[in-house]
Design a protein around this ligand. Structure first.
Ligand SMILES: [Cu+2]
Length: 463
């Protein structure tokens, strides 16, 4: 049966004239090899554009924490988008900004959200001082739309506007990024996420909260106003959607919600092991498509390697404030956690000032680790302390690639922070009392007084 909308669209497409021709030319560029390999894959042979899918009606829109979704207009049945590459004064967390490169005034660019079968036309305007291109990472499209400077198109020079056009033939989580002077341009932030919804969502695709996360990394020397794109290691700003904790918006959900988090990684050099507390999840899709149900297995940590995406899904069944973070410990530290001299075991005490003269960068807190017991450390202008921010029980000693999954019995707006979890009486770890220790037979040894001479083992006699 042909719906009124389909008929309307067919009329518009016919009036457009060249669209059908363009699409048959595109379809001829790829053989339908995937059909039958994955039943969910609709395949590029279904190249015919469908009526533009509408958010809220044809799909449930995703949410990009600390970001936004790219708006579109519809012209003759084609969704028209406009990206402008430009310099952006970007805030990583309150008190810490840098001049980066982004799209439409944002770092990273807004999420490009469409549905399978959508015909899109994307204009890219270059307001950067250098030539650029946009590559649509993971997306099946005509070779000449792939956005690789020099290989598939001329570069977009400063001041120029280029036009990309194709029909989305697959669904899933993908990314877009500059594919010209990648080392510089991606290090400065030129990237964003692409979400393509299935045209006919089956029941198992239903989620209550569909969250988008781009992982990336930067080297921004303390006090510097721009990221250093020449870095190959020693990245000191590790971000989720270009924000560091405590500047990362929490993921808020109602107990029992089915959650999907679409994670993409366009870091320069590092993979990220994203770990979720209090829950397990399944990897349901990669940038190569849906993982068949029979191939999914439960996980607590997913490795998102550079240049890949992973969709994870789980039921948020446990109330509380649960960390979601990279498990590489240097990736949950901010600027000042890197490159410090090792002072573990050194008792600075009143000598701190003298040590400071001898050891550049010395700060007293280095001698037992990085915990500041929630104290706000004095930091240089436009920089962030090495670790996180205040929590309800003191300082949170993690920053960087860290956010919080907040599961509540009742919620309002999923995009608003509900504050810290109110723990039921008797469910929080606390200091043990002497009576409790005695009752459970725990005997604490008194610390032995320190001797001047360290004890050395008797040398073994050789027979
Ligand atoms: Cu990491």
């Amino acid at each position: 049966m042909v719906s009124r909308r389909d008929a309307l669209f067919a009329t518009i497409a016919a009036a457009g004239g060249t669209l059908a021709l363009k699409q048959s030319a595109e379809a001829a560029q790829r053989v339908p090899s995937h059909k039958g390999w994955d039943a969910r894959y609709s395949g590029p042979e279904d190249a015919k554009a469908q009526p533009p899918a509408q958010p809220g009606t044809d799909y449930s829109p995703v949410w990009t924490p600390n970001g936004s979704t790219l708006p579109f207009t519809v012209v003759d049945g084609v969704k028209v988008f406009h990206l402008t590459a430009e310099e952006v004064d970007h805030e990583f967390t309150p008190g810490f900004r840098a001049k980066c490169w982004g799209y439409n005034g944002a770092v990273h660019g807004p999420t490009l959200e469409v549905a399978e079968g959508d015909r899109v036309r994307i204009y890219v305007t270059n307001k950067l001082p250098a030539a650029t291109t946009v590559h649509w990472h993971g997306v099946f499209l005509p070779n000449g739309m792939d956005g690789v400077g020099g290989l598939t198109q001329p570069v977009i020079r400063p001041g120029e506007t280029y036009r990309y056009e194709w029909t989305f033939k697959q669904h899933g989580t993908f990314m877009y990024h500059s594919h010209h002077d990648e080392m510089t341009q991606m290090a400065l932030g030129l990237m964003g996420m692409i979400v393509v919804h299935p045209r006919k969502p089956s029941a198992d695709y239903r989620v209550d909260h569909d969250v988008v996360m781009m992982l990336s990394e930067w080297l921004i020397p303390i006090g510097a106003s721009r990221p250093n794109p020449n870095a190959m290691s020693e990245f000191n700003v590790l971000t989720i959607n270009a924000r560091v904790f405590p500047g990362t918006a929490p993921i808020v959900c109602k107990q029992g919600d089915r959650i999907r988090i679409r994670i993409g990684n366009l870091s320069a050099m590092d993979h990220h092991a994203i770990h979720l507390h209090g829950h397990y999840f399944r990897v349901t899709a990669t940038d190569g498509g849906h993982v068949p149900d029979s191939a999914q297995f439960p996980e607590g940590t997913v490795l998102v390697s550079v240049g890949s995406t992973r969709d994870i899904e789980f039921v948020a069944d446990a109330l509380g404030d649960w960390p979601l973070h990279c498990h590489m410990t240097h990736h949950v530290m901010n600027q000042m956690g890197h490159g410090l001299p090792n002072l573990i075991g050194i008792n600075g005490g009143p000598l701190g000032n003298q040590v400071q003269k001898l050891v550049p960068g010395y700060m007293d807190m280095g001698s037992t680790g990085m915990d500041m017991e929630g104290m706000q450390m004095q930091v240089p202008k436009n920089s962030i302390p090495m670790a996180g921010g205040p929590g309800q029980f003191g300082g949170i000693t993690m920053g960087g690639m860290f956010t919080v999954l907040k599961v509540r019995e009742t919620i309002g707006d999923r995009t608003k922070d509900p504050g810290w979890y109110k723990h039921p009486e008797g469910t929080v770890a606390r200091k043990a009392t002497a009576e409790e220790l005695a009752k459970d037979g725990i005997v604490l040894k008194k610390a032995e007084p320190k001797t001047a001479e360290p004890k050395t083992a008797e040398p073994k006699k050789t027979p």
